[in-house]
Design a protein. Structure first.
Length: 467
């Protein structure tokens, strides 16, 4: 548990990291929920009766419009946390005739929805427009207004970032944990040795780390590695976001609501419809572990998902691995669910939601140069972030106590040139120091072994739909 004095810093770290705008697109229903909310949840506030009399003050269309929200509390320099299930949005735009309230979810594909069209100001003299919105449970993103003036001119307010989620001490699994920019497997973090151990039942000090370019997900208990799994991740146009996330539940047999995204255009689905758990069009499979705001860990459609960019911004595991991971989480946390309930969920389409006793930290990093166990691994820059540079590799080697003069630029270029989308280059630090980098170094597949086949039901799903 976090101490009360840590809450402000924890909010800043967790919310800011979680809501980076380059976080990728979400494999969930967000736009659909908001469209529904806009249809039934918004209503214009009735204008007050003005009994002041006298002439109205002069109106200046040169004043820049502005938008405010209440009730909210400030989370950090960017985010305001909504503190009620209904929010009032007020726009001040002197001289404007109409206003539109617009919303862009945090993980939307550059798209937005119109929450409300306001046909007239509630206070004409000051140019104030106002409306109320019933807030969906996963509301988070930018809200702004577009206002129109009598001569056809339009202006937009600066956006404000709103979220329903505040971080409290009781919601955090580890108050001292901070996001790792480096892979959790790096010698800089482990000290050069990763100790492995079998899972200890009833010891809830577990966490998950992911390194995107390595296509690896690791479950840790304390500082020991319990197991590392091979994964698939989001496509380039829907990248898996790095940063600090947290899981609060495990859901067996989840429904899927297709998002309003180009990702679903080639599928036989309609954004906003409910696709049931046993429907072959449902890409989530038997289990999903929500990480917050639509980022999921869920079942892979086929073994070839591993080591590839395949999803709508999520982590995919083979079903056997996903069962193993969830069993270990349940065992470590001693969660209140029976083996009979789990077996029934596995063999049926009945939904089972297992709530975690405390949030499970999931730390996602993007590290293409990692010295692990004395070996330098160079992974492909799968999202074209320009991370595989001579400077970055040299800095990684310097951290491993390699004299910069021992590796010239030409050697570094050749090392990076041997990295491919499907293969990493690796060489021991000792060989680098002995000037044997290119002779001793070699490439190896990102996925080290042939994945086990999926159960027949998953094969059937894979045959009917490409996700």
């Amino acid at each position: 548990m976090a101490c009360p004095g840590c809450v402000g810093e924890l909010k800043r770290v967790v919310i800011t990291k979680r809501w980076k705008r380059n976080a990728g697109l979400r494999e969930c229903v967000l736009l659909a929920v908001l469209i529904a909310a806009a249809q039934f949840g918004c209503e214009q506030v009735s204008p007050p009766v003005d009994n002041r009399g006298g002439g109205a003050p002069a109106i200046s269309e040169n004043t820049e419009p502005a938008i405010e929200a209440s009730p909210t509390s400030k989370s950090d320099e960017q985010w305001q946390v909504i503190s009620s299930d209904t929010i009032t949005l007020s726009v001040t735009a002197p001289g404007a005739q109409t206003a539109r309230i617009l919303y862009r979810p945090a993980f939307a594909e550059g798209r937005h929805v119109v929450l409300k069209n306001i046909s007239s100001p509630v206070e004409p003299a000051s140019g104030k427009f106002s409306t109320q919105l019933k807030v969906p449970a996963d509301f988070a993103g930018d809200v702004w207004a577009e206002v129109s003036y009598p001569k056809g001119e339009k202006k937009e307010t600066k956006p404000i970032s709103l979220t329903v989620e505040s971080i409290t001490p009781s919601e955090l699994a580890d108050a001292s944990y901070k996001h790792l920019e480096d892979s959790a497997r790096s010698d800089k973090i482990t000290g050069g040795t990763i100790e492995k151990a079998n899972l200890q039942p009833g010891k809830g000090d577990i966490r998950i780390t992911v390194n995107i370019p390595a296509f690896q997900l690791t479950l840790w208990q304390g500082k020991k590695e319990v197991k590392t799994y091979q994964i698939g991740v989001g496509r380039k146009d829907f990248p898996l976001p790095d940063g600090l996330w947290r899981a609060t539940q495990i859901v067996f047999n989840p429904d899927w609501v297709p998002p309003d995204s180009s990702w679903v255009e080639d599928h036989d689905v309609t954004p906003g419809e409910t696709v049931e758990a046993d429907d072959p069009r449902n890409p989530l499979g038997k289990i999903k572990i929500p990480l917050g705001k639509g980022i999921l860990i869920h079942q892979a459609s086929r073994p070839s998902d591993l080591g590839h960019l395949v999803s709508h911004g999520c982590v995919r595991l083979l079903l056997d691995d996903l069962y193993d991971l969830t069993d270990k989480i349940i065992t470590a946390r001693s969660l209140d669910v029976s083996k009979q309930q789990i077996e029934h969920a596995k063999s049926s389409k009945d939904r089972l939601v297992i709530k975690l006793d405390a949030p499970l930290i999931v730390d996602i990093s993007y590290d293409t140069q990692v010295v692990e166990g004395g070996n330098l691994h160079l992974y492909p820059d799968v999202y074209n972030k320009n991370t595989n540079t001579l400077e970055n590799v040299r800095a990684e080697l310097q951290d491993a106590h390699v004299d910069p003069s021992q590796v010239d630029d030409d050697t570094l270029r050749k090392m990076l040139g041997r990295v491919t989308p499907k293969e990493e280059f690796f060489v021991s630090v000792a060989d680098i120091q002995a000037n044997r980098t290119l002779v001793a170094g070699r490439t190896q597949p990102l996925i080290q072994q042939t994945a086990k086949a999926q159960p027949s039901k998953s094969k059937e799903r894979a045959a009917k739909t490409r996700t």
